[in-house]
Ligand binder design. Structure first.
Ligand code: CP
Length: 308
């Protein structure tokens, strides 16, 4: 029963609860019209303290497609945040006006802190610093299931910035609960997954994994290659960013090493890490993934509001 709950970290829901959510998301994909009035009279608040295209627009589109309404800010300085209002006071105020809220924040843990000030309104973490991005994980899992039926017994390659990439941290955390998964972690030494993910998640769950620094030799092992952007905004100095940003670029030359059933995912936005030429390859699924994000967020809103 997800009614009234917050989603801050993938560990907040059980495997069974996620299953119910994905089953609903698949039903919405098959027949979105059926749900077009489900949220009439409900309001979603979007609190984006950091820039976003997909997460904010897909949440807003999700609520509008469910028949609900949306309020919020995408520029915190247009709100009383500019006057120094705390996250705690902001979220308590939003609870007076909205039925459900979504927050993206540059500080790790900010949505968790905010959730502790709520009485009944569900809050969804839309990304907190370099920590977690659970609804991107929902997007990724729905995409994986639509392409290959289930997440189990698959080899997942993660490539790029695995240190600051919150989408990678959330997805690894989620997948580590499933049987037969294996990870190939492809990154420069400086951008390896954080120790807490390697030790407390991957090793603790006994998941086989390799940490490597090349894509080509591993391509033919992969069911999915999850590319990520080297995130300029998370670096302390520009020199390191420039040195590392183009280390892994997926182009058609590298795609020759991939199997016919190896799918390429990316949470987007991309900068240089996937050449535009790859977009035409049917194995490139990152724009379909962005669309799935809207459907799975429709399912999440319906579940947290207790409508389905
Ligand atoms: N994938 C993702 O979080 O994209 P945005 O930053 O555009 O929301």
């Amino acid at each position: 029963m997800l009614k009234g709950r917050c989603l801050i970290d993938p560990a907040d829901f059980t495997r069974e609860e996620f299953r119910e959510l994905f089953d609903l998301a698949h039903q919405i994909v098959a027949n979105p019209e059926k749900y077009s009035k489900s949220c009439e009279g409900k309001i979603l608040a979007t609190l984006f303290y950091e820039p976003s295209t997909r997460t904010r627009f897909s949440f807003e589109a999700a609520m509008l497609r469910l028949g609900g309404k949306v309020i919020g800010f995408s520029e915190p300085n247009s709100s009383s945040v500019a006057k120094g209002e705390s996250v705690a006071d902001t979220i308590r105020t939003i609870e007076c006006y909205a039925d459900i809220a979504v927050m993206r924040h540059p500080k790790e843990g900010a949505p968790r802190v905010a959730s502790q000030y709520l009485t009944t309104m569900p809050l969804i973490n839309a990304g907190d610093g370099g920590h977690q991005h659970p609804t991107q994980t929902l997007t990724d899992i729905l995409t994986i299931e639509r392409l290959k039926g289930s997440v189990e017994n698959k080899t997942y390659g993660f490539c790029g910035d695995l240190k600051f990439g919150r989408t990678v941290h959330s997805l690894i955390k989620f997948l580590s609960n499933y049987e037969g998964v294996k990870f190939i972690l492809i990154s420069p030494e400086e951008l390896r997954v954080p120790e807490y993910i390697r030790e407390e998640v991957i090793r603790k769950k006994g998941i086989p994994f390799e940490e490597v620094q090349q894509i080509e030799p591993y391509m033919n092992q992969l069911d999915f290659l999850y590319m990520t952007r080297v995130q300029r905004e998370r670096f302390f100095n520009e020199e390191d960013y420039i040195r590392l940003k183009d280390r892994f670029i997926l182009d058609m030359e590298k795609m020759k090493y991939a199997r016919e059933d190896t799918y390429i995912l990316h949470p987007l936005p991309r900068v240089n890490e996937i050449s535009i030429e790859v977009d035409k390859d049917p194995r490139a699924q990152y724009f379909a993934q962005a669309k799935n994000g809207m459907y799975v967020r429709m399912a999440l809103i319906l579940k947290l509001l207790g409508i389905y």
